[in-house]
Write a protein that binds this ligand. Structure first.
Ligand code: GDP
Ligand code: MG
Length: 382
């Protein structure tokens, strides 16, 4: 919680920030909700609230847990020569009704890496498409959970899944509050933005106006001397989708070094997970490094298991998934949350031990939050 504002802290423990301000006031401390609070203040609150304030972040704690098993999340192993180019991972963001879902559907329908003609695509939370750029076939991975909720949920866990953001702006509507919000999220995460100026099939579309508006927010189109690529598209008429994909690849090539080592045990992120009535817990994961294989023992957040089967976006069984590839994993004992990490470990025993420790920690954190809420209620009532 170090350096966090009172609002952040209140949110973390699930209480009202105003109540904390009031409590601190009664303890002789004047703190506003948005001010960042120091450890002493947090400890003071903790004493009063009967709560052990964690000065160690959950991320640090998890790192220590993995270290105790001689594991590390988030680093490629091996030498330069082991690194291979991986596809960019793209999130679509933008204001409500500007066409995020329509665009993701159009891209999936038109370009999902074809296996057999007429192959039915399955909604697994992420998919890969093929784009032709300068005569080469290039792949792009899309996170298929539109809106920046998924993006924010992942970032809140310190997970960065996205390499590039497509900012969808409807050309008839222009820049709206959530456009700016999405823009700020991407900027804060240091993620390059490609702008899809959508709905240009509409007679009232004004793509020039969109360019002008975004320029004011510091997102300057290349044609105005800036470094952001803008592509006029219509998700409805499936217009210029190939140009949009090309812009994504060119942006990736120009500003990112997207490589990962496929020759190691897999690690990555959970994109979405749910409990399927027939198949049990299923999780769509995004492999970030290494290669995930059927038979691997994995721990994903507080869930663990052995990969019994993997499916791709066509619903076809696959044996292995390399970096940037999304795969639906069967065989976990529970459904982890979006944004939690997964990591392949030596054996089932180790996976279970790590999962159990994480679960115990989550449980303890929840109990502590409940205790805090009770103490705060008592304080407010007195
Ligand atoms: P989201 O809220 O950003 O996911 O927006 P949707 O994809 O749900 O689209 C909102 C509405 O705009 C729907 O009625 C879509 O059919 C429509 N729409 C999306 N893209 C286009 C487009 O390129 N042209 C036109 N005319 N309508 C579009
Ligand atoms: Mg939508």
């Amino acid at each position: 919680a170090r350096g966090a504002s009172l609002t952040d802290f209140a949110e973390k423990i699930g209480v009202d920030a105003a109540a904390l301000v009031q409590m601190l006031f009664s303890l002789g401390e004047m703190v506003t909700a948005t001010e960042s609070v120091n450890d002493e203040t947090l400890e003071l609150l903790g004493e009063e609230l009967n709560y052990v304030v964690e000065v160690v972040s959950p991320e640090d704690e998890d790192r220590e847990l993995l270290e105790s098993f001689d594991l590390e999340f988030g680093e490629d192993e091996g030498d330069e020569s082991d690194l291979a180019i991986r596809p960019p991972v793209v999130t679509v963001m933008g204001h409500v009704d500007h066409g995020k879902t329509k665009l993701l559907d159009a891209l999936r329908k038109a370009n999902v890496v074809a296996k057999e003609a007429g192959g039915i695509t399955q909604h697994i939370g992420a998919y890969q498409v093929a784009a032709e750029v300068d005569g080469d076939e290039r792949r792009i991975t899309f996170i298929d959970t539109p809106g920046h909720e998924a993006f924010t949920a992942m970032r809140a866990r310190g997970a960065q899944a996205t390499d590039i953001a497509i900012l969808v702006v409807a050309a008839d509507d222009g820049v709206m509050p959530q456009t700016v919000e999405a823009l700020n999220h991407a900027k804060a995460a240091n993620v390059p933005i490609v702008v899809a100026v959508n709905k240009i099939d509409k007679p009232e579309a004004d793509p020039t106006k969109v360019r002008g508006q975004l320029t004011e927010y510091g997102l300057v189109p290349e044609e105005y001397g800036g470094d952001a690529m803008f592509v006029d598209v219509s998700a409805k008429s499936e217009l210029n989708l190939d140009k949009l994909l090309e812009a994504v690849v060119l942006t990736a090539d120009a500003s990112l070094d997207l490589r990962a080592n496929p020759h190691q045990d897999a690690q990555g992120l959970v994109v979405e997970a749910h409990l399927d009535r027939g198949r049990g817990p299923v999780a769509t994961v995004l492999v970030q490094r290494g290669t995930l294989r059927v038979g691997d023992s994995i721990v994903a957040g507080p869930a663990h298991g052995r990969v019994r089967a993997m499916l791709d976006e066509h619903g076809d069984n696959i044996e292995a998934a390399d970096p940037s590839r999304p795969a639906m994993v069967l065989g976990l004992n529970a459904a982890p949350s979006a944004g939690q990490n997964f990591i392949v470990v030596e054996d089932d025993r180790m996976a279970r031990q790590i999962a159990e420790k994480r679960e115990a920690r989550e449980r303890a954190a929840m109990q502590a939050k409940r205790r805090v809420r009770r103490s705060l209620e008592d304080f407010m009532a007195s």
